[in-house]
Structure formats: structure tokens, C-alpha cells
Design a protein around this ligand. Structure first.
Ligand code: GDP
Ligand code: MG
Length: 437
């Protein structure tokens, strides 16, 4: 597990406030290893870790986050941003819009053709026609026919014709005649790249001028996926990648390699043999998967959003001097909202937990409180003592609440402030604050 390994390499450097050259070098060895384990291409892993190194150096480590955790976060974010970017919708401009499938035999073209047709039909209200251009095996045409039947989409086929270019052209003509607004062209693949296959798919492409050419690749083929992607891209200059068979236990490193090597977006992932096992590609999820870790990233995110000890100390001083005001109050509320799981977390936040004790805590619970505080002037927020009757009236009006609600909040705030002072002095300045372990 990557985060455990990173933990180990950071052991000696605990307590250091910044990520330095030395600990980055150490850690990135582990990151590179994790990437290679996930089948990321060696060169890609190397250039990736170089980029991360630049980003990580000199970053301040929050006191509540371990450097190793921060590194994981940096690595994760960089992975996600590399695999993401640019619009990933399928281009459906043409009428009919023409989508060409490419890829090796067994990569999942025919299956994906059905899945995509089903998606376009149900989600985009399209009327697709499937074109059976894998003419070498009768079984291939039959397979597409079955797939079409499953998703309720017509299939154009010519059992006697062995010319895929002609079939594709005829399918497009048929679509125009029958009012189909999308044609998905399923093609033949070989077990490995060969010239004949490449020539054929290139000829189909130049004849039909597709709006979108998709390259389908089996995620489980790992390193080979990169070479295949490169060669197909050189010949076809495809628009996007479909990564299939991610329901297996592959870590999906191919996603990163392909994205880096051919610089084309991954648009869909296949997660099963059934027609509904199609997902839009989520860079964040893929980054998690490649790194082989689920919770660590969200943990770090939560930790980063929590205040560090400086902030806690500052607050404590204000409380001791009875200067805790509505500005602090609202910033606390914002902290809680960011962290999620409000019931659990609110009780740990000084000041707010008490004020909310009668409130049923959910995301809406804060709405009127926030509205009230935002309707106060800066003066009123930092100096609640000036909140007289007419000011309260104005605030109630401005926030769309009632004078009773405003009074109640101010009363709770006052009580909270008193409580907090008592607590802090009782504990001689050692107040308990949430902290990540
Ligand atoms: P083609 O030769 O490129 O047309 O590939 P096929 O669509 O015929 O798929 C080859 C095999 O992979 C078939 O047995 C499919 O059921 C299977 N397959 C395709 N996509 C997926 C997927 O996302 N997950 C799994 N588990 N199997 C898939
Ligand atoms: Mg096929």
C-alpha cells in the first residue's frame, strides 16, 4: 500500500514543516514503484514523478497533516489532472453523426458499440444505427446483431459483401434514408497490430470522415496497451479512448500511460459485459485506483481543511480575551460545512457545537444562521455588543428571518462565549481541538 510505504520513508523526517529535496527524492522512489506496479509505462512514471517533485518541493506541510499524506495528495491530484482536462463529450455534430470504432480484436469494440448506442438512445434521445463492418468472421456480424437487439437499436449488415468501406458507406446512406441521426461503425480487429488491419481501418476512416473516432483498449493488457494506442493514433489520429474491462482487478495504469503517450482523452470506461456496464471516465477515481488507495486522499483533504494549530491558538486567545465574535463564528461554520459529516464534527468545533445543540444538524441547519450573520455589518460582527433592537430588526429583515430567530442566535452566541471562556480558563488554556492523527 502506497501510503504505508510513504509513511515509512518519512519516518525520519517527522515534524519537519516543509517538504524538502531529500524526502521528496526518497518518497518518489516509492511513488514510481507504485505506478509501475499499476502497469504504468516506465518512461511515463519517470516523467510523472519529475513533475510531482517540482510541485512538492517547498510546499508547507500543515501541522495536522503528515508530509507523507500531503505527498499522496499531491501525487493523486497530479494524476487526476494529467488524466483529465479537455472536454470529453462525443462529437455528434454530423447528420447523421458518424462514430468509428477502432482497436484490437477482443478489446471490446462490439460490446462498447452496443453500450454507446444504448447510452445515446436513452440519455441523448438519439436514433442510432449500428454498422457491421467486421466482415471476416460471420460470428462477428451475428454478435453485433444480438447486441443491437439487446439495446433495441437497428443493425445494418451485408452478409455477402466483404468490403467494409462499402458497407460503412451504405450504412450511412441507409441512416439518411431511415432518419437515424447517429451511425456507429463497428470494425474488425486483429490479435496484434498488422499492416492490413491498419490499412483497412484507415481506408474506412478516410471514406466515411467520422465525427468521432474512438480507440477501444483492454485495460488488462497493461503495458501493451500503450504501444497499441500509439500505433493506432499514428495511423488514425483518434479523438478519444475507451478503456474496457476495468471490472477486473487491473489497477488501470494504462489510463495514465495512454493519456501521456498519445495525449488523447479517455472518454469512457467499460466495467462489465452487460450493456449497461458503461461509465463516463472519472480522472479522480482512476487516480485513486492507480495509487491503490481509497480513503487516504479524502482524509488528507479533510485534514487540510481543518485549521492548523496556529489558527487554533489564535482562536483560543480571542476566547480568553472575550473577543470571539461573529466573524469567528461564521468561519467556524464554514469549516464544519467543508468537512462533511456534520453531526460528528460539529461537536468538536469550539463555539459552534453548543450553539447548535437544539438544531437538527444537516446542511440546511446553517442556512438561517449564516443568513443572519451575513446580514450584520462588519462592525456588528466584530462587536456584537452593539446589536440593539433596531439593528436586530434590520438584520431579521435583511436575512429573511424573524426577530425571534435573530434574538435566539445572539443569545446562543452569548452563552457560547461565556461557556468557552469558562472552559478555557478551567483547562488553563489547553482547549481540545480536532486534530488528525
Ligand atoms: P471486439 O473484438 O473488440 O469487438 O471485442 P468484443 O466486444 O467482442 O469483446 C471481447 C470480449 O470481452 C467479450 O467476451 C466481451 O463480453 C468482453 N468485454 C467487453 N467489454 C468488457 C468489459 O468492460 N468488461 C468485461 N468483463 N468484459 C468485457
Ligand atoms: Mg467485434
Amino acid at each position: 500500500n502506497l501510503s504505508e510505504r510513504l509513511d515509512r520513508s518519512f519516518k525520519l523526517l517527522k515534524g519537519e514543516g516543509k517538504i524538502t529535496e531529500i524526502n521528496v527524492a526518497e518518497t518518489l522512489k516509492d511513488v514510481r514503484k507504485a505506478l509501475l506496479d499499476a502497469d504504468v509505462n516506465y518512461k511515463v512514471a519517470k516523467s510523472f514523478t519529475d513533475t510531482v517533485k517540482e510541485k512538492a518541493l517547498g510546499q508547507n506541510v500543515l501541522t495536522s497533516v503528515k508530509p507523507s499524506q500531503l505527498m499522496v495528495k499531491i501525487v493523486h491530484d497530479e494524476l487526476a489532472s494529467l488524466m483529465g482536462g479537455t472536454a470529453v463529450d462525443v462529437n455528434l455534430q454530423g447528420n447523421p453523426a458518424i462514430i468509428l470504432m477502432s482497436g484490437l480484436q477482443g478489446s471490446g469494440k462490439t460490446t462498447f458499440t452496443g453500450k454507446l448506442a444504448s447510452l445515446l438512445k436513452t440519455k441523448k434521445n438519439k436514433k442510432p444505427l449500428l454498422a457491421a463492418c467486421d466482415v471476416y468472421r460471420p460470428a462477428a456480424i451475428e454478435q453485433l446483431r444480438v447486441v443491437g437487439e439487446q439495446v433495441g437499436v437497428p443493425v445494418y449488415m451485408e452478409l455477402e459483401n466483404k468490403n467494409p468501406v462499402e458497407i460503412a458507406m451504405n450504412a450511412i446512406r441507409e441512416a439518411r434514408a431511415k432518419g437515424n441521426d447517429v451511425v456507429i461503425v463497428d470494425t474488425a480487429g486483429r490479435l496484434a497490430i498488422d499492416e492490413q488491419m491498419m490499412n483497412e481501418i484507415a481506408a474506412i476512416k478516410s471514406a466515411i470522415q467520422p465525427d468521432e473516432t474512438l480507440f477501444v483498449v483492454d485495460a488488462m493488457t497493461g503495458q501493451d496497451a500503450v504501444n497499441t494506442a500509439r500505433e493506432f493514433n499514428e495511423r488514425l489520429n483518434f479523438d478519444g479512448v475507451v478503456l474496457t474491462k476495468l471490472d477486473g482487478d487491473t489497477r488501470g495504469g494504462a489510463a495514465l500511460s495512454i493519456r501521456t503517450v498519445v495525449d488523447k482523452p479517455i472518454k469512457f470506461v467499460g466495467t462489465g459485459e452487460k450493456m449497461d456496464a458503461l461509465d463516463i471516465f472519472h480522472p479522480e477515481r482512476m487516480a485513486d485506483r492507480i495509487l491503490g488507495m481509497g480513503d487516504i486522499v479524502s482524509l488528507v483533504e479533510r485534514a487540510q481543511e481543518q485549521y492548523d494549530e496556529e489558527e487554533a491558538k489564535r482562536l483560543q486567545k480571542k476566547i480568553a480575551k472575550n473577543q470571539f465574535d461573529f466573524n469567528d463564528f461564521i468561519s467556524q461554520i464554514q469549516q464544519i460545512k467543508k468537512m462533511g459529516n456534520l453531526k460528528e464534527l460539529a461537536s468538536m468545533i469550539p463555539g459552534v457545537g453548543k450553539a447548535l445543540k437544539d438544531v437538527d444538524i444537516d446542511d440546511n441547519a446553517f442556512k438561517s444562521i449564516e443568513a443572519i450573520i451575513y446580514s450584520m455589518t462588519p462592525d456588528e460582527r466584530s462587536n456584537p455588543a452593539i446589536l440593539n433592537g433596531s439593528r436586530r430588526q434590520r438584520i431579521a429583515k435583511g436575512s429573511g428571518t424573524s426577530i425571534q430567530e435573530v434574538n435566539k442566535l445572539i443569545k446562543q452566541f452569548d452563552e457560547t462565549r461565556k461557556m468557552m471562556r469558562m472552559l478555557t480558563s478551567a483547562k488553563s488554556g489547553k482547549m481540545k481541538l480536532p486534530s488528525m492523527k
